[in-house]
Structure formats: structure tokens, C-alpha cells
Design a protein around this ligand. Structure first.
Ligand SMILES: [Zn+2]
Length: 319
């Protein structure tokens, strides 16, 4: 059976795992990265860590078919070069995939974390068996990944899929991207919290204060209160779902996908958000493509980053 290394590059740590041809994790480990390391040192360190994981799985590099790297930021998947990595600036302009390939002795490929996520869901998750897929991650940011006719769509400058920066209100809230009314400002983590606090400040009765996390209103706290029947919390989740559904309706009309896969921390609220999203999408979109499009939660949970990153290699090597 083939095995692939998945490298999920984060701001302070790198998660490395090995998946088998069924998408199951054979071995995984997280390694802290130091901000004092140079770009080249980081690449060598990651290769070292990957080798450690391979060894602890009882394998050698001969058992590995390829390695995939998923990273936030701007990058070039064709050359394997990171361009702008906000959290790890010393990796700016580093050719990370060729660097790792050279040390590991296997082909290595780079893509952004949301493309990695959609590839993971496409090969081993909720989008398995479909060929026209739109994936979204709902968290601090709102990201998107697109697969058309079984192939990932990256766009002319490899930036396609920025669903979070689709403006849903011409004169809406300012977004740091420079636009106004971006979807992310309304259904990203902060947008949800701000809306919830606005209702709370109006003096509407709520039990949300019983569910705070470290004293803070969070999407998870709101979801817990909503599950317990809190009306304000339910309305915040419902409204989040309606705003999402409105955006999905636009995507249905433009892209006509078979499935929307919704992941990220905020999506853990499940049907509290997805049910109103389904209703709103069906109400607004053209009937025929809306009937075809289903909205489901991402299937890969905690290990989504590792499996998705490995699938960047699976995808390149199975093409
Ligand atoms: Zn924006």
C-alpha cells in the first residue's frame, strides 16, 4: 500500500503525519517551531521531524510515495514556493517543497491550507464520489476551495476560492482586505461574536453568560446556549446560517456544484447553522441547481490538516 506524508504548517507548530492509501493516519506528531530559525533551518527541521515520524511508524523513506505541505498565506503550488506567510515571515519566498523533496528523497508538493482541506474531503471525506465541490472553512477567517470536474481550481494567480471576501453588502462593514461588506465580516468568528454582543447589549434575556469560555462570548459558547434552547443564541446561529445560505445561493447560481462541504471551528455548530443555510440557499438560488446542491459538514475533523496536506501529494501523484 502507498503511504504519504502530510505536513500541516501552522504559526507555532508543524503537524506531521503519515496516511495510507485509505486516508487513515498511520502515525502523527506535532513539533514546535522556533521563530529564531531561518527559512532554510525550518525546512531542514521539518524534514528531520518528518523522518522521525516515518521511523517511529516502523517505516523508511522507501515506503513513502510523496509528501504534501499545506500552509496559510500566498504561495505558488507550481514551484512549491511560499510567497507571503504572515505568521512565519522567515519562510517568505522559501522554496519549501523542492527543499523538502531534496532532503527527503521523495516528491513534495505545496498548496494552501484550504485547498488541502478540500482535497482531503474529496479523496477521503464528505466530498468523496463527487466531482464538483465547493468547500468552505468557517473560523477566524472564512476560506474556500474549489474542485471542478474532479480537478482543483486555483485560478490565474493561485488565489481562487476567497469566498470569505465576496461582498454581500456594497456599503457594509469595512474589511481589512480593502473591500466593504465581505462575507467574513459577518460569519467569521469575530462577526458572529460582535452580532451576539450587540443583541446582548440590547438587554434581550439570554443564558449565554452561563456558557462563556474564559469569560468570553465565543461561537462555541453561543452554540452551546443555542443547543440548550436559548432564544437569543438560536437567533444568532440562525442568522449566521441565513447569511451563509445567501452566499451559497450566489455560488450555486454561478458554479452549480454538487456539494458544499463546510468545515472549520464555527461549523461545529452543525445544523444550528447548516439547516437555516439550506433553507436560505433553496429560497434564493435558481431551482434546478439548488435541487442538485447539498450542504454537508466536513467529515475529516481533528486530523483534517494532516490528511488534507498529504492529499496535496496524493492529487499530484495520481494525476
Ligand atoms: Zn474582505
Amino acid at each position: 500500500m502507498k503511504h504519504y506524508i502530510g505536513i500541516d504548517l501552522g504559526g507555532t507548530e508543524v503537524k506531521i503525519g503519515i496516511i495510507n492509501g485509505d486516508g487513515a493516519i498511520v502515525k502523527k506528531e506535532a513539533f514546535k517551531t522556533e521563530s529564531t530559525m531561518s527559512g532554510d533551518q525550518l525546512v531542514a527541521y521539518m524534514a528531520d521531524c518528518a523522518k522521525k515520524v516515518v521511523t517511529s511508524a516502523g517505516m523508511t523513506m522507501k515506503d513513502i510515495t510523496g509528501a504534501g505541505i499545506g500552509s496559510a498565506g500566498l504561495l505558488n503550488p507550481d514551484t512549491g514556493q511560499l510567497r507571503i506567510v504572515v505568521n512565519i515571515p522567515q519562510l517568505n519566498d522559501v522554496f519549501i517543497a523542492p527543499g523538502l523533496a531534496k532532503i527527503l528523497g521523495v516528491p513534495a508538493f505545496l498548496d494552501n491550507d484550504v485547498n488541502a482541506m478540500v482535497l482531503g474531503e474529496f479523496y477521503y471525506g464528505a466530498a468523496k464520489g463527487y466531482k464538483d465541490v465547493v468547500a468552505m472553512t468557517l473560523g477566524t477567517g472564512v476560506g474556500g476551495g474549489l474542485i471542478f470536474d474532479g480537478k482543483i481550481y486555483r485560478g490565474a494567480a493561485f488565489t481562487a476560492g476567497e469566498i470569505g471576501h465576496m461582498s454581500i453588502d456594497t456599503d457594509g462593514l469595512y474589511c481589512p482586505c480593502g473591500n466593504y461588506g465581505c462575507l467574513e465580516r459577518y460569519i467569521g468568528r469575530d462577526g458572529i461574536i460582535q452580532r451576539c454582543k450587540m443583541y446582548m447589549n440590547k438587554g434581550i434575556e439570554t443564558s449565554i453568560n452561563n456558557y462563556l469560555e474564559n469569560g468570553e462570548v465565543t461561537p462555541r459558547a453561543i452554540a452551546k446556549a443555542a443547543e440548550a434552547g436559548d432564544r437569543l443564541a438560536r437567533e444568532v446561529m440562525e442568522e449566521t446560517g441565513r447569511i451563509l445560505g445567501n452566499a451559497l445561493a450566489t455560488l450555486v447560481n454561478i458554479l452549480n456544484p454538487e456539494v458544499f462541504v463546510i468545515g472549520g471551528g464555527v461549523a461545529n455548530a452543525g445544523d444550528l447553522i447548516l439547516e437555516p443555510a439550506r433553507r436560505e440557499m433553496k429560497k434564493r438560488a435558481y431551482t434546478i441547481p439548488a435541487q442538485k446542491a447539498i450542504i454537508v459538514r466536513a467529515a475529516l475533523k481533528n486530523d483534517a490538516g494532516i490528511v488534507g496536506s498529504a492529499c496535496v501529494a496524493v492529487d499530484k501523484l495520481s494525476a
